[in-house]
Every structure is written in C-alpha cells, then in structure tokens.
Design a binder for this molecule. Structure first.
Ligand code: HEM
Length: 461
C-alpha cells in the first residue's frame, strides 16, 4: 500500500493506493453565489414578507444560490434535477429539517422531525390512516360537512372566503382525524390559530412574540388532545377515524404509539391537513372565478355525471377534467413553496460546494415554472395534464406539489379527495364572482392566500 503525504501549509493530506483524493480541488469548488443579509436575521424578513423573493433571487443568481434564513446558511436548489438529487440522497447527504420555530412547535416526537429507520417505521404506521379503505370511509362525512358549509355560504350572499375555508378544512380535519364535530367553533380552533402563527417565525420566546404565544398554545393543545385520546381509550369500541386507526396500529415490533407520541402526531396531521388544503381550495375558487371558460367545462362534466345520490369513489374517478383542473391549481399556486433539508455530508452539485451543516431548500413553486415541462407557464391551463400531454409524467420530480422521495406528503390522497369533493359540491350548487376593490396579491408564507382574504358574491345555481 502506497501512502502519499503532502505537506500543505498547515495540514497533511494523505492518499491510499494512489487513488488521489483531491481535497485541494474540492476546496477550490466555490460556494453558490448569493448574499447572506444582516447579522442574525440574515434575509429572513425578505423571505417571509416579499412574495417575489425566490423569483428575484432566481433571476439574479440562477438555479442555485445561497442566502441566510431562520438563522441558517441556506442554499436554494431549483429544478427537477435538483429535486431528484435531494430526494434520492435523503439520509446520505441530507436529512429533513424545519426552521427552529416549526421544529419546537411541532414537538420532538413528531414524524416531521424524525429521520432514518424510526421515521420509516412511524411513517408506515401513520400511513394506515390514509389507505384506500380508510379514505373511502371518509367520503360521506367529508361530503356532509361540505354541503353544510355550502348551504351556510349561500345564505350570506357575500363573503370573505379564505377565513371561512380555514374553518371548513379545520372542521373536516377534526371530524375525520379525531371525531370532533364543529371544532372551528371551539377553543381548540382559537388555540390552533395562535399556534399556527408561530410556526414560521424567529424563535424568540417572549410573551408578546408570535413564537412565545404559540408555545403557550402548544401546551394547551396537547392538553386538549390528551383529553380526547383518554376519553376515546375509555370507550369500548374505537370510532372509525384516523385516531381510532392509530390507537389500534402497531409497528413491526408490535408496539403501539404512546400517548405522548400520539399527541404530537395528531397535532402534525391537523396542521398538515389544514393550512395546505385551505390554500389549495382558495386558489381553486379564485382561479375558477378568473377563468370562467374552464369553470364552465367543469360544470358540464359534473352535469354529465348525473350525481343524484351520494358521491362515491367511483363517481370521483369519473371526474377526469376536474382532476386536470386540480392538478393545474396545485402547479400554478402550490400550497407548499418548498422544503428544507440539513446537509449531513458535504456534496457538490452543478459545480458548487454545499457544506456540511448548511440548510438546503428545494423549490416547488419555481420548479413548476420550468418552461421545458410547462411551456407558457404563466398561463393557467389544465390541458397540460390531459392524457395526451401528461405534464406531471414528463420528467422525474418536475411536478412536485406533494414533494417527493421518503418525505413525500403522507396525506396527499386525503388532500386530493377533499379537493375533489369540495369542488364537486360547490360547482353543483353555486355560482361565484370576485367582488371589486380587493387586493388579490398573494401572501405566500406559510401557504399562499390572497391578501384581502378573497371577497366574493355567491349565488345558487
Ligand atoms: C393540498 C394539500 C397538501 C399539500 C400541497 C401538501 C404538501 C406536502 C409537502 C410538499 C410535503 C413534503 C415536505 C418536505 O419535503 O419536507 C408534505 C409532507 C407531509 N404532509 Fe402534506 N400536503 C397537503 C396535505 C396534507 C394532508 C391533508 C395531510 C394529512 C392529513 C398531510 C400530511 C403530511 C405529513 C404528515 C407530511 C410529513 C411526511 C414526512 O415527513 O414523512 N399533508 N406535504
């Protein structure tokens, strides 16, 4: 065995069997271009409050750039190749991470903050609540809640829809996940709202900061969820909701979830199924109001389906044009703009060095603007997803509203189901139009929503 030693300023570089490990050339690979902003806060404020932050950075620096957000040196990597690299190297070069505020508020037992084998095993267990049989059993309740809300909205004639949609998705989530009806009218909802407001903030725990208030509410929410779990355990037969399924579920070694863990997992599911869905539903109603020809085609499909009885999974499968529209809604205004990963081993990508311990962000919103997959990407065009075009199948990880790889959204079928039922019931019963004099610019964090909350006039069909 030959061992080469080089003396280089302060360090010895060695090599085995003449396989030259060119550490010097690795070091000469540069970091991506970009700025790191102000001390401590970096560029966090622009990231949070400038809806064009990612767009401006991309036009200045291209597909890969560095910044500093949430107290971390961060590299943003844009495009299908970048997504593929990150999703395929999960646990090798990167692991999932969230801003500190999110991590703390989700809790240390939450699936979202776990890695490796533990994450895989827990994911399998939680996935039981989203299997086709479970999803089918959710259809009647989802439809019923949607119909109640639609009736209520029709009575008001004019409404600010986004806050109403938040109540609706919260009621659906609480009803199907933990069998609490009308939860939006309870203390659970107000605590939950305050908790949500702290999720993507600087983690400064003071009584008047959003993070400090959210921490207090986390404690209250866990207490409320614990009471719900204990009550449920005392009932002889568990109800057919996600909590019932999770109380029965066991991992490979036959262990059930402890109450402590169940509380964090329930909180995660309530959050994941609420914020994102509210955004996607409000984008659907907004985009339909702005594209009446497309809405008309959706209506025609619904009429032709002749739904006189309850909505069934078979009927939902026949809504193929609506499916294309909903895919385009998630491309055009993705509810999650991107995801964060922590670098566990330094790597090189497209000629740039990404150091260990930095954060990497993959970008959903910018990926969905890649013109090779989505020509004329500024146009809202559901035909991209027709059987002839299938834009979602053209390139690996080129269409990723639900992320990808080991961390792909666990609730994506639940989300697709709720979006379809909502759209079907709404289109069957209502016409709606945007009221004048409102700001439709999107606030993007944590999920996109129109600044003035989407004011509409709504009438019966
Ligand atoms: C339109 C609605 C939704 C969108 C766009 C969406 C999007 C996403 C994305 C992009 C991720 C991956 C984040 C990452 O890579 O770090 C994710 C993860 C996740 N989502 Fe969703 N989601 C939606 C609805 C839901 C619903 C309804 C649930 C459950 C009720 C849910 C549960 C989860 C969970 C548990 C994870 C974490 C998975 C893991 O870490 O293994 N999501 N979601």
């Amino acid at each position: 065995m030959l061992i080469f030693f080089f003396y280089n300023k302060s360090k010895l570089i060695y090599n085995f069997d003449q396989k030259m490990t060119n550490i010097e050339s690795q070091k000469s690979v540069s970091l991506p271009p970009g700025e790191t902003g102000l001390p401590f806060i970096g560029e966090t404020l622009s990231f949070l409050f400038d809806p064009d932050f990612a767009k401006k950075k991309k036009s200045k620096y291209g597909q890969i750039y560095k910044t500093n957000i949430f107290g971390n040196d961060t590299v943003t990597m844009i495009g299908a190749e970048a997504n593929q690299f990150l999703f395929r190297n999960e646990n090798k070069y990167v692991v999932s991470t969230w801003p500190k505020s999110t991590r703390v508020l989700l809790g240390k037992l939450s699936l979202a903050v776990k890695d490796g084998n533990f994450h895989t095993s827990r994911r399998k267990l939680l996935a039981q609540a989203f299997q086709p049989r479970a999803l089918n059993s959710y259809i009647p309740k989802m439809t019923e809640i949607t119909q109640q809300y639609v009736e209520k909205w029709l009575q008001t004639k004019e409404l600010t829809w986004y806050p109403e949609l938040r109540k609706y998705t919260f009621d659906v989530a609480c009803s199907l996940l933990i069998s609490i009806d009308n939860a939006s009218q309870t203390k659970l909802a107000s605590d939950f709202e305050t908790w949500c407001q702290g999720l993507f903030t600087l983690p400064i725990n003071l009584p008047w900061t959003n993070f400090g208030k959210a921490l207090k509410c986390r404690a209250k929410l866990l207490q409320e969820i614990e009471t719900i779990i204990i009550n449920r355990q005392q009932q002889p037969k568990h109800q057919n909701d996600a909590l019932g399924i999770l109380l029965e579920a066991k991992d490979e070694e036959g262990n059930s979830l402890t109450i402590e863990e169940l509380k964090d997992q329930i909180l995660l599911l309530l959050f994941a199924g609420h914020e994102t869905l509210t955004s996607s539903l409000s984008s659907f109603v907004l985009l339909m109001a702005q594209h009446p020809n497309i809405l008309e085609k959706v209506r025609t499909e619904q009429e032709n389906l002749n739904i006189t009885e309850d909505i069934t999974s078979e009927k939902l499968k026949e809504m193929t044009y609506l499916e294309e529209v909903l895919k385009e809604v998630l491309r055009f205004i993705p509810p999650v703009g991107g995801g964060f990963r922590k670098v566990i081993e330094e790597f090189e990508f497209q000629g740039y060095r990404i150091p260990k311990d930095w954060t990497v962000q993959y970008q959903i919103a910018q990926t969905h603007k890649e013109s090779d997959i989505f020509p004329d990407y500024q146009t809202f065009d559901p035909e991209r997803f027709s059987p002839e075009n299938m834009a979602d199948k053209q390139k690996n990880f080129g269409y990723i509203p639900f992320g990808g790889g080991l961390r792909e959204c666990l609730g994506k079928e639940f989300a697709r189901l709720e979006m379809k039922i909502f759209a079907s019931v709404l289109v069957h019963n209502c016409h709606w139009q945007l009221l004048p004099d409102q700001d439709l610019e999107m606030i993007t964090i944590p999920s996109p929503r129109p600044r003035d909350g989407l004011k509409v006039k709504i009438t019966e069909v």
